[in-house]
Design a protein around this ligand. Structure first.
Ligand code: ADP
Ligand code: MG
Length: 677
């Protein structure tokens, strides 16, 4: 009975059980699945093979009793000499005065610590009396809370294994164990806690990596399937010829990537299932153009469409470009917070009686009194800027409308199939022809004045520039101060006719809109800003993007910022001002100057920063795995994804007995009862 309380184990109770609860260990099963977060390896190597500054383990004989020195309050240093291979090694131990009573001349002792090869000295972090053979070489190290100690927890885990391991069921069908040469669950659990050697540990880990990914993929894919089946009956019968005609009216032809994404969207619309699709592509890759065709198709099917964006400026820009694309083919309205009174009332009426085909707007679209006659197609741009509730609120204004999410943040494939595993994903990974590549340069701090001269020169040619200051999340104040200081410096530096604007997160929204408008209309030539300018804004006349303290940004963010320029037909530049200290920072600057492909950058970013940081802290949506690491184990992720797909397509979970325990496990997950929305 693995679901019995841990208190069934002799010696576990009271305070100890409370401490285990802090680690979310309540049952025997929880305990067995509480794996070490790392392992200490005590492997004795010949002195000659020890590497300077490495953590090493040595075994020797104590040559004399330790001497203890105190310096400062509670600070102490214990030193003694051990003889190893006939060589005298000095051992130093800090702040462990009590050890003086335990270590004596002629003791055999095993020491682990940092090795100084020049002075033949070890700074001891762990010691144990007795020879090394007496201990297992690979020691599990658990994360601890409360009064727990590693030794105590280790002992309890050992007891649980002795008593209950035989009850642990296998959940993977035999064929996967054979095909991937992975150990069965029992063996793997035992090995995770008490590995006999590195190889065994590697295989046990492989098993849990696969198991975690497989369960996760099954969950996501099942959810997607259930969601689809719950929404049958919304097929949109659009007019293929009219859609074709609409595409032909564009002043350009679609790129292959656009065509492919469009096909995926149109076939979702045609199908009886509700579309739940993410369209990703770099800024300027032509997502909006594709979305517009979807909207048009929906209109020919007699439906209405809605496009929700995070800011008013963006709403206005989308409104203008869609007006241009649609000309007289649709009735388009703009609904934002600044549309009020009579005008607003009129739009609401027209939406209800279907005089308006497409509405573009901000959060204003999800107000209670906004009603549609027949909303069939919903688009959410920069989807990560909206909460789940907001996205749902817009969708619920129609009867099972098709939903398309758009994002200009290229998402690495591994993240896309984990964080967005319950959505279909289309990718535009190709830029329209004829775009000029943005020249990207890395400048040191002391070149700032030259950068300013360059800005001045380009402004003289009628162009505009952004100067971005980094955002430091922990200290908003400081962050704004940087931008404000820089703003004053530039106002001083540039001649009076060159107007400098300032934009930051503390401005009121009408102030922000005002500055952006002035910049968009070239009344302001140089815009100093924090990263609030990051999303969506389109000022084609801006050709220079200067990013101050660029080493503070991740690659994806730098790429987003860079995407603010290069939107017109003039050559654009991105200047990264940075004096990165570490190699990672330098590497990032190099990568930025070498590639303008967002997907390539996002993959690199994921490698450099890890999945947790990728989307920033808020609503990251990135699942946490216990053993698996999606960057390191991406191959296993792909394997698990394909296997999950096969299981679902062939209905194995329901038809093949070998898969029933997997299914049971999945069915016990609350996600299937709670989030079927
Ligand atoms: P995104 O929404 O991905 O940022 P848009 O759809 O707004 O990109 O397109 C950016 C610009 O490129 C627009 O001016 C648009 O008219 C133009 N554009 C879109 N697709 C193409 C294409 N296939 N060829 C040339 N220009 C295009
Ligand atoms: Mg766009």
């Amino acid at each position: 009975m693995l679901d019995k309380s841990v208190t069934e184990i002799p010696g576990v109770g009271g305070k100890y059980a409370e401490d285990l609860a802090l680690l979310h260990i309540y049952t025997i099963e929880d305990l067995l699945n509480y794996f070490p977060y790392r392992y200490d390896v005590y492997e004795i190597k010949p002195l000659a093979e020890l590497i300077h500054d490495d953590k090493v383990t040595i075994e020797g004989r104590v040559v004399h009793d330790p001497t203890l020195q105190f310096y400062g309050k509670r600070k102490s240093r214990l030193t003694f000499t051990v003889e190893v291979e006939g060589v005298a090694i000095k051992a130093v131990m800090f702040n462990r005065a009590f050890a003086k009573k335990q270590i004596h001349i002629d003791n055999i002792i095993t020491l682990t610590g940092k090795w100084d090869a020049h002075r033949l000295q070890i700074t001891v972090s762990q010691y144990k009396l007795g020879p090394a053979e007496d201990q297992a070489k690979i020691q599990p190290m658990y994360s601890l809370k409360g009064n727990l100690t590693n030794i105590k927890l280790k002992k309890t885990v050992q007891q649980a294994i002795n008593q209950y391991l035989h009850e642990v069921p296998e959940i993977l069908p035999e064929r996967y164990l054979t095909a991937y040469k992975i150990p069965e669950r029992k063996t793997a659990i035992q090995t995770m806690h008490f590995p006999a050697n590195r190889l065994a540990l590697k295989h046990a880990k492989r098993r849990f990596v696969f198991e975690e990914f497989l369960l996760f993929q099954l969950k996501m894919q099942l959810l997607r399937k259930l969601k689809r089946e719950a929404t049958q009956g919304n097929a949109q019968h659009y007019d293929v010829d009219k859609v074709e005609e609409f595409i032909n009216s564009f002043p350009f032809s679609l790129t292959n990537a656009q065509k492919k994404s469009l096909q995926q969207i149109l076939s979702d619309m045609k199908s009886p299932y509700r579309m739940n699709r993410l369209l990703q592509g770099d800024v300027g890759s032509g997502k909006t153009a594709v979305a517009a065709i979807g909207l048009f198709a929906s209109i020919t099917a007699g439906k209405q469409g809605a496009l929700m964006v995070p800011t008013e400026i963006l709403a206005e820009q989308h409104y203008e470009s869609l007006e241009e694309l649609f000309a007289d083919k649709a009735n388009i309205a703009l609904l934002t917070g600044s549309v009020k009174g009579k005008k607003r009332k009129e739009i609401l009426e027209q939406l209800e009686n279907h005089d308006i085909d497409i509405v573009i707007g901000t959060h204003a679209l999800i107000q209670d009194d906004v009603n549609f006659s027949d909303l069939g197609f919903v688009i959410v741009d920069e989807q990560h800027r909206f909460g789940v509730e907001q996205r749902r609120a817009l969708r619920d204004k129609g009867l099972q409308p098709d939903v398309l999410f758009m994002t200009a943040t290229p998402i690495p494939r591994t993240l896309a199939i984990t964080a967005f595993g319950d959505m279909d994903v289309s990718v535009i990974d190709e830029m329209p022809k004829g775009r000029k590549e943005i020249g990207t340069y890395w400048a040191k701090d002391n070149m700032f004045e030259r950068v300013l001269k360059m800005i001045e020169k380009h402004v003289a040619q009628g162009e505009q520039a952004y100067v971005i200051c980094p955002l430091i999340e922990e200290s908003d104040k400081l962050d704004i101060q940087d931008a404000v200081d820089l703003y004053h410096q530039l106002v001083e530096y540039f001649p009076a006719h060159l107007k400098v604007g300032l934009m930051h997160g503390r401005l009121k929204s009408n102030e922000k809109e005002d500055v952006m408008k002035k910049f968009a209309e070239n009344e302001v030539q140089v815009l100093v800003s924090t990263t609030v300018v990051e999303v969506g804004v389109n000022v084609p006349n801006a050709t220079i993007m200067v990013i101050y303290d660029a080493e503070r940004f991740g690659l994806s963010q730098l790429h987003q910022l860079r995407g603010r320029v290069g939107r017109g037909n003039k050559q654009s530049y991105c200047i990264l001002i940075a004096d990165p200290k570490g190699e990672v920072g330098k590497e990032r600057m190099r990568i930025m100057t070498e590639t303008t492909n967002g997907f390539e950058l996002s993959e690199q970013d994921l490698k450099l920063r890890g999945p947790g940081d990728f989307f920033g802290k808020k609503q990251s949506g990135v699942p946490e795995f216990k053993v698996a690491d999606m960057v390191h184990d991406y191959k296993a992720l792909e394997t698990a994804r394909v296997d999950a797909q096969e299981m679902i397509e062939n209905n194995l979970l329901y038809e093949d007995e070998e898969y029933f325990s997997l299914r049971k496990l999945l069915e016990s997950d609350p996600v299937f009862t709670n989030t079927l929305d």
